[in-house]
Design a protein around this ligand. Structure first.
Ligand code: PLP
Length: 490
């Protein structure tokens, strides 16, 4: 067959990829000109895109024009320096180059043999990162443990829950699944609940223990002990405890050491989710938030959140890799090979849900090499300083209050008018968030703690500087002034 299309041709790739890189570089150059939160209405795209795929090829330029005109308006600009919502999702030149290379090679590294470099680099880079976090040696690949890159923290939590469940079932019998109980605080990310749903843990055996402002929303060891005693007295089997370092709502840090000891006394699997705040713990002055990690069976953090590694890259370490492998390995004939049969290699397909896996370690490796540890510490510290600066700005305006003390780079605050009940204050803050985000100048998200509607400003986008924080505060103050005036009139 001759004269057909050439889906891969080195020279065409060079030409087109250069155009795409130019397009992306231009995007970053003009990123501040877009409304941070996309302003489109649901269903906007169907109205402007044809009903079916084209029969004949179109030019790249036509497609790029469409991206500019039709897709970009429907993008919320996570990489904008004025994006302060949720938690950050970092992009960097190094992360992007790694992502590009991973896409370019496009290998599928499920077993060692399918691309030895993909497996081996992942093991090595996760050992590097474990050392940067000063994780105990048990988590390194040299012993019984090791690290693996998952797509997201949700997958990380799921796979360790499955490993823990199966370990418990081996101990207590297959029929005891209805007795297995999971513990965590009510601030734990919903990924845990989803993992329980998928893992067959009964919803009524998922204890999300209440927290409040007296512990800054951290899980109390006494509350946990009490819940475990009640459950064991009723014949239930506590088997999994999930602690969080940096909860999603307010970056609360659970007391790892005390919780870990309780988990050990009750022979439970102890997992630590540090999806966001784990990155900060590479800084010596924040490492103490991980004290107690030595008690854990597993630990995860998202390098794609705050460590300059483009999405997706969630890193998970376990002390006993065989527990994961026992739960997740399969060995069909068509995948058998000498290296795997000889037990000489790691096959990461057995540490995760899917079979196929991307060469994600490239972006982590490139990020670490192109920036170096010292720059990374300064990068994180700068965001924390910027958050501190914002916190100071809020604290001197009597119309606002800081709701929980800041720990990392998230500030939780709200407008607190001189009069009005809690419902009225909540409504006012909801309105404030709505108007602020609809300006398109900045984007923040919210949470509710103890019935209070709270605004969250998370610093962490790679382009954010002090001037963006000052400008964000001005938008918030101006909109608050207008809102308060309106409320006074009604
Ligand atoms: N755990 C925590 C503490 C989080 O903050 C988040 C997301 O923000 C997650 C888990 C879920 O992350 P992912 O989207 O990687 O599943």
């Amino acid at each position: 067959m001759e004269g057909g299309m050439k889906p891969m041709d080195a020279e065409q790739l060079r030409e087109n990829a250069h155009k795409m890189v130019d397009f992306i570089a231009d995007y970053y150059k003009s990123i501040e000109s877009f409304p941070v939160l996309s302003q489109v209405e649901p269903g906007y795209l169907r109205k402007i895109i044809p009903d079916s795929a084209p029969n004949q090829p179109e030019s790249l330029q036509n497609v790029l024009d469409d991206i500019q005109a039709k897709i970009i308006p429907g993008v919320t600009h996570w990489q904008s320096p004025n994006f302060f919502g949720y938690f950050p999702s970092n992009s960097s030149i190094a992360g992007f180059l790694g992502e590009m290379l991973s896409g370019g090679l496009n290998i599928v590294g499920f077993s060692w043999v399918t691309s030895p470099a993909a497996t081996e680099l992942e093991t090595i880079v996760l050992d590097w990162l474990a050392k940067m976090l000063k994780l105990p040696e048990d988590f390194l690949s040299s012993g019984q443990g090791g690290g693996v890159i998952q797509g997201t923290a949700s997958e990380a939590v799921l796979v360790v829950l499955l490993a823990a469940r199966d370990k418990a079932l081996r101990m207590f019998g297959r029929n005891s699944i209805g007795k297995l109980v999971v513990y965590a605080s009510d601030q734990t990310h919903s990924a845990l609940r989803k993992a329980c749903q998928i893992g067959g843990i009964h919803a009524e055996n998922c204890r999300l223990l209440k927290t409040d402002s007296s512990t800054n929303y951290a899980l109390s060891p006494e509350v946990l002990t009490e819940a475990i005693s009640q459950d064991t007295a009723s014949g239930l089997v506590p088997f999994f405890l999930c602690a969080t370092v940096g909860t999603t709502s307010s970056t609360a840090v659970d007391p790892l050491l005390a919780l870990g000891k309780i988990a050990k006394d009750n022979k439970m699997w102890f997992h630590i989710d540090a999806a966001y705040a784990g990155s900060a713990c590479i800084c010596p002055e924040y490492r103490h938030y991980l004290n107690g990690v030595e008690e854990a069976d597993s630990f995860n953090m998202n390098a794609h959140k705050w460590l300059l590694t483009n999405f997706d890259c969630s890193v998970l370490w376990v002390k006993d890799r065989s527990a994961l492998i026992q739960s997740l390995s399969t060995n069909p004939e068509y995948l058998k090979n000498k290296a795997s049969e000889g037990n000489m290699v790691v096959d990461y397909k057995d540490w995760q849900i899917p079979l196929g896996r991307r060469f994600r370690s490239l972006k982590l490796w490139m990020m670490l090499r192109l920036y170096g540890q010292e720059n990374l510490l300064n990068y994180l510290r700068n965001h924390i300083e910027l958050a501190k600066y914002f916190e100071e700005l809020v604290s001197v305006d009597q119309r606002f209050e800081i709701v929980v003390p800041r720990t990392f780079s998230l500030v939780c605050f709200r407008l607190l008018p001189p009069q009005g009940d809690e419902d009225c204050i909540n409504k006012m803050n909801r309105d404030l968030l709505e108007v602020v985000n609809s300006t398109g100048k900045i984007f923040l998200s919210h949470t509710i703690l103890s019935g209070k509607y709270i605004l969250r400003l998370a610093v962490g986008a790679p382009l954010t500087e002090g001037r963006h924080i000052s400008a964000a505060w001005k938008v918030l103050q101006d909109e608050a002034t207008t809102l308060l005036e309106q409320y006074m009139k009604t």
